[in-house]
Design a protein around this ligand. Sequence first.
Ligand code: SF4
Length: 331
Amino acid sequence: MICCGRGQIGYRDYTGCTSTIEAVRVSYGSALELGLLRGRTDARTTTLYLFVSNTGCRGSCAFCPQPYGESSRISRVEWPRFSLDQVARTLIGASTLRRICIQCSDEPGIASQAEGIVKRLAPAGLPFSVSASPLSVDDMERLKDAGVEILTIPVDCADKERYRYVKGRDLEEIMDSLKAAVKVFGRGKVGTHIIVGLGESEREAVEMIDTVSRMGVAPSLFAFTPIEGTRMENAASPTIGAYRRVQIARHLIVEAGMKASDFKFGPDGRITGFGCSAETLERVFNSGHPFMVCGCPGCNRPYFNEKASGPFYNYPFRPDPKRVAEETWSD
Ligand code: SF4
């Protein structure tokens, strides 16, 4: 149950707007941070997460509720709708925020909507990320000119054979778009999301992380969360052990320049060796960094993939290294 602070319980549209150019969806945690909703959280968001949608998503991702109707959820998160004016007004006093992330539905004209939001919220002085399905080069340049620092184009699925089933489009299209984005935004200013648990093996996840990293694209990890009403509603989330091993591999590839071929894998693709010394591995574990939310600077996505009771796939804070060490080989 959610409350807008004016005593209205249970409504998810607080705008009174009929045009989405005036309105935007705000993640529940972001709405708390802006004071647009009242509630408690033990992990405050450091990024303002917005979702822009107009006519409805034309995509057909098997894991996402958006193509199946007017769902207010993405992954586990509720995204109530507010007017852009409300967001701009309340943003002025939100001192904990370090970034604004605009997530875009797959629709014609979505880049110009994102551009409009960037221009409206620019006075807050925060860096912008935009996450979108493949865009034309013109649209990429338009977003860059408007002040977007990082463009993210989600690969999502690392399983090449099932890619079309899971994403409803071809992997080549995404990779071509990532290459074009690197030309426009530069290496390190393009990101991608990889969802662990969409049917890929650990080896395939590691190979995808390696491939995009070498292109100059920063990969961030999400755990698959089954959502009722989607084609994957009955599939299971990844085991915590598999997720931990892929997190460590991502850290070693992105932060230490290791390659997929440095790792050892079992016949089922499970990671059986990290290709580094025991001392390095211990140092990596003890830092806690591989297990924390990764992505654009300032992005902490509290509870995107997890209940407050856990298990924590991505920690929004530094975790207890002993606990994650046990989880890594737990299955
Ligand atoms: S990594 Fe975080 S801030 Fe960057 S696009 Fe993804 S969700 Fe947004």
